[in-house]
Design a protein around this ligand. Structure first.
Ligand SMILES: [Zn+2]
Length: 269
């Protein structure tokens, strides 16, 4: 599940593979960039902003550009050694191939692939709230943005990247379980919003640098989450069957006993 931590890890992989190198080959397989050739361009750095990836490049004329991509549910970047077999995903999902003398970066099923001047990155990521894994992470601002819409359910609000950037379905479900908050609680009725935000940040940060996403502390298969992906299985705390509700791409898992529905009135100040 590509959430903020996965994108952060992906940015680091791309940075290690490409940063400082000049591109010796470039093959875009999306209509909007089909005639674009970045051969001869230099990769400055790779960074993440919430769930967005920003590959920053310098053109031969010294102009600074950013190749933006979004993984959504199924996208991925892989870095290979030259000559190594591309084992990531089927070839028909490849959207871009970037080659340097030391590495080949392959982007699979990428979304929102776009090349913009670096000075105009904000047109793509300027709407995002504070980045949970950014060096400029601002928990107070995230809480303020959440609190600005007290009637929105906390489940929707945590996924809204304009409030805070990086939480997807997995962390949304796990944070709300750990806080004992029903996903349908209005934001205005969530006790200790700052604590909820702080927990989300800690869970994502704990999974930086590894691909297994765990919120339980266990890295064993089948033991990495409390509720996410565990429909009808017994709650790890109380044994009640975990429930699941699906609305398009928005999946919610919760324990009806540990996360009881709360009255919609804000708690006393
Ligand atoms: Zn439970």
């Amino acid at each position: 599940m590509p959430e903020g931590d996965t994108v952060w890890n992906t940015a680091r992989v791309l940075h290690r593979a490409l940063a400082g190198a000049r591109l010796t080959g470039c093959d875009f397989r999306v209509p909007q960039l089909a005639t674009t050739d970045l051969t001869g361009w230099t990769v400055r750095e790779s960074a993440s902003r919430g769930k967005h990836l920003l590959l920053r490049l310098t053109a031969p004329d010294e102009a600074r550009w950013t190749l933006h991509s979004h993984l959504r549910m199924d996208g991925a970047w892989r870095a290979y050694a030259p000559g190594e077999r591309w084992s990531g995903k089927p070839a028909h999902l490849i959207r871009v191939v970037l080659r340097t003398p030391g590495a080949v970066a392959v982007g699979y099923h990428l979304h929102e692939l776009a090349l913009v001047p670096t000075a105009e990155e904000d047109t793509l990521v300027g709407h995002l709230g504070p980045d949970l894994l950014g060096s400029d992470w601002d928990p107070d601002e995230a809480v303020n943005r959440l609190a600005a819409h007290p009637e929105q359910t906390i489940s929707e609000a945590l996924l809204d990247q304009r409030n805070l950037a990086g939480v997807g379905n997995l962390y949304k479900c796990e944070v709300l379980f750990l806080r004992g908050v029903s996903p349908w609680t209005p934001v205005g009725a969530v006790p200790d919003l700052p604590g909820t935000v702080a927990l989300a940040q800690r869970l994502l940060a704990a999974n930086r640098g590894r691909w297994t996403q765990s919120t339980t502390g266990s890295l064993h298969r089948g033991q990495t989450s409390y509720v996410y992906g565990r429909r009808a299985q017994p709650c790890r705390r109380c044994g009640t069957a975990i429930r699941k509700e699906e609305l398009g791409e928005r999946v919610t898992y919760w324990c009806p006993a540990c996360q009881p529905e709360q009255p919609g009135t804000p708690p006393p100040a």
